[in-house]
Design a protein around this ligand. Structure first.
Ligand code: SF4
Ligand code: SF4
Length: 258
């Protein structure tokens, strides 16, 4: 479980209005380039996270078991896991936990092997072809380490995002679920308490997490870890076979002025 004093974000799906102000604020603060998007029949755009999109809102609609329609909005981004598979998979220590449990990548020591990309169950970390390194949400470490809020939290007009200590955020989430249950949301729950040692981003959901594709991805990651997919042997093999090529490629990219 995260340390009670760690940093944490609450995403409350019962308050989110799906406006994507958080997605835009993340782009602006982190100076992430725009991506060409197209209508694929969903408001989610781009449909998945990329090296240049660190938050993407996902949209789920259908019928509840009782027959009532639902249209829910779910945040997609790094969950800043306590037992982070990306950290375990990284052969150089570039992907690591910083102060407050935040997971970030050090671009100077990232060799672009993409072990973390394969390991992440939330598809939250991506390879930047131009720079030869990986990128993902940093929980705005440059802001929070100076006492400010993450840009996404500051931009949210619906109070669907809150930043605080893990202790505060967890208590807030559990209280919100109690209130929702009293209002008739029988399946309201907090997501992220048990997953991967507890995540530093917690979700308040009104429906079971399976409705939002959440637990399946984690189970698959845990299975991969249990079967040794992320073993040191594999990491060593990756290093032995590919390190020279990766380093040469990074140097070539630097030499090309990128
Ligand atoms: S969500 Fe993915 S990238 Fe983020 S800490 Fe967990 S495993 Fe790493
Ligand atoms: S800014 Fe707030 S309300 Fe808008 S999509 Fe993001 S979390 Fe939802």
């Amino acid at each position: 479980m995260p340390n009670p004093k760690d940093y944490a974000i609450l995403f409350d799906a019962s308050r989110c209005i799906g406006c994507k102000a958080c997605q835009v604020a993340c782009k602006q603060w982190n100076d992430l380039e725009a991506e060409k998007t197209k209508n694929r029949g969903s408001y989610a755009n781009p449909p998945k996270l990329t090296a240049h999109t660190w938050i993407t809102m996902r949209y789920y609609e259908g019928l509840k078991p009782e027959g009532d329609p639902y249209f829910d909005f779910i945040r997609g981004s790094c969950m800043h896991c306590t037992h982070a598979p990306c950290v375990s998979a990284c052969p150089t220590g570039a992907m690591a936990h910083r102060e407050g449990g935040v997971v970030t990548v050090d671009e100077k020591t990232c060799i672009g092997c993409r072990s973390c990309v394969q390991a992440c169950p939330y598809e939250a970390v991506h390879f930047d072809e131009a720079k030869g390194v990986v990128h993902k949400c940093t929980m705005c470490y440059d802001r929070i380490s100076h006492g400010d809020q993450p840009a996404c939290v500051k931009a949210c007009p619906a109070d669907a995002l809150t930043f605080g200590t893990y202790q505060e955020i967890r208590a807030m989430a559990e209280e919100r679920v109690r209130a929702l249950k009293e209002r008739g949301y029988a399946r309201a729950n907090v997501y992220g308490l048990a997953e991967l040692g507890g995540t530093h981003v917690l979700y308040v959901l009104t429906e079971h997490p399976s409705q939002y594709d959440l637990p399946k991805a984690v189970r698959e990651a845990e299975k991969r870890a249990a079967t040794g997919w992320l073993s040191a042997g594999i990491a060593a093999a990756v290093l032995g076979a590919g390190l020279k090529f990766i380093v040469e490629r990074r140097e070539a990219l630097k030499g090309g002025g990128q």
